[in-house]
Design a binder for this molecule. Structure first.
Ligand SMILES: Cc1ncc(COP(=O)(O)O)c(C=O)c1O
Length: 350
């Protein structure tokens, strides 16, 4: 069966359904973010100028300005990489992961190799599985859909002279570890690793999927090659205003608080799921979603829709299949109601 790499959770939500399928946070926008976006609407006559936002992002990650490229969501960065690096001979995507990197590579004419991590190993990264000749490697950290957070050192080991190593950190801001100041296992500040490209998204935690804003961090020469593939004025003025606001100390402090809350709500979800018959959780989840394995998950997903819940199908991720589902972490009341319904659906099928 060919896998539909273009399938995304947003097509699974619908009127009247509680959305556990899309990993975008559902909270009102804080004033420090909404106000500059609104204010930017008074400047739409001018072409976008990314200087301030680029400097703010560089400051946030302790990088130089010429190491930052703002993009129309992290998704645009996949396309820039695929197009600018057409000369790559052995591109490899570490799966299961977000399907757009592979889709962008294939659309640009690349032949893509898949490295499959295994459920039995908790979907942990095994650097030995990545072929030595791979000259363009995509890995997610934390990984969508498995929610597994690989150690930064294990990812850094994949860097090589002559290889571009793309680490998709779209969900890094959702990760949290007690006693750690900042995002555990992020490589965003590492300018010393040859060929490293870190991708970041601002659409998840800040509920900005419709605005399209993200960025990449890379050495100046590589950043320049990627920028040359980008359409002119790719990032709109409101999106730039959001990027500046989301790089501020206020935003970073808010992100850390949200990540701590997500961790507590995820633990609650995991405690509830532990009592659900026939269900196992993939790996050690570390982000705002968890992936579970249960027999006939494809049928259970349809039954859940009948009862008001949208969850993300697992069969469109290489390395998973019809027995997998991804569930977003929501507040404890939604989780409790959802898990009760899920349990009913499973028990009725036993
Ligand atoms: C792992 C991962 N990376 C990147 C993206 C793209 O995010 P953006 O909205 O910034 O384009 C997504 C969106 O679902 C994702 O799940």
């Amino acid at each position: 069966m060919t896998i539909d790499l273009g399938h995304h959770g947003d097509t699974e939500v619908g009127a009247g359904l509680i959305d556990l399928a899309v990993n975008v946070r559902h909270e009102p926008m804080p004033g420090w973010l909404a106000d500059p976006i609104k204010e930017s609407l008074t400047q739409l006559r001018a072409y976008p100028n990314d200087r301030e936002a680029t400097a703010a992002v560089a400051r946030r990650h302790r990088r130089e300005i010429d190491e930052v490229l703002l993009t129309a969501g992290a998704a645009q960065a996949f396309v820039l990489l695929a197009q600018a690096l057409r000369g790559a001979r052995r591109p490899v995507v570490v799966h299961p992961q977000f399907t757009e990197p592979e889709a962008a590579l294939r659309n640009a004419g690349h032949e893509v190799g898949r490295v499959l991590l295994h459920a039995e190993d908790g979907f942990r990264l095994d650097a030995r599985l990545v072929p030595e000749e791979a000259d363009l490697v995509f890995v997610g950290n934390p990984t969508n859909p498995t929610s597994v957070l690989h150690p930064a050192a294990a990812i850094a080991e994949l860097a090589r002279p002559g290889r571009v190593l793309v680490v998709d950190e779209a969900f890094a801001d959702t990760t949290f570890r007690d006693g750690v100041d900042g995002e555990p296992e992020s490589l965003a500040e590492r300018s010393d690793l040859e060929g490293l490209v870190v991708l970041r998204s601002l659409t998840k935690t800040w509920g900005l999927a419709g605005l399209r804003i993200g960025y990449l961090l890379a050495a100046p020469e590589l950043r320049e090659r990627l920028a040359a593939a980008q359409p002119l004025w790719a990032v709109s003025t409101p999106a730039l205003a959001a990027a500046t606001a989301c790089a501020s100390p206020t935003a970073i402090a808010a992100e850390r608080e949200i990540a701590a809350r997500v961790a507590a709500e995820r633990d609650h979800l995991l405690r509830r799921l532990a009592h659900v018959p026939n269900l196992t959780v993939a790996g050690t989840p570390a982000s705002a979603f968890v992936t579970v394995r249960l027999p006939s998950a494809d049928k259970i997903r349809l039954e859940l829709r009948e009862r008001g819940y949208a969850v993300r199908r697992g069969d469109t991720f290489p390395g998973l299949g019809p027995d997998w589902l991804r569930i977003a972490v929501r507040d404890t009341a939604i989780t409790d109601a959802f898990v009760a319904t899920l349990t009913d659906v499973i028990e009725e099928r036993l």
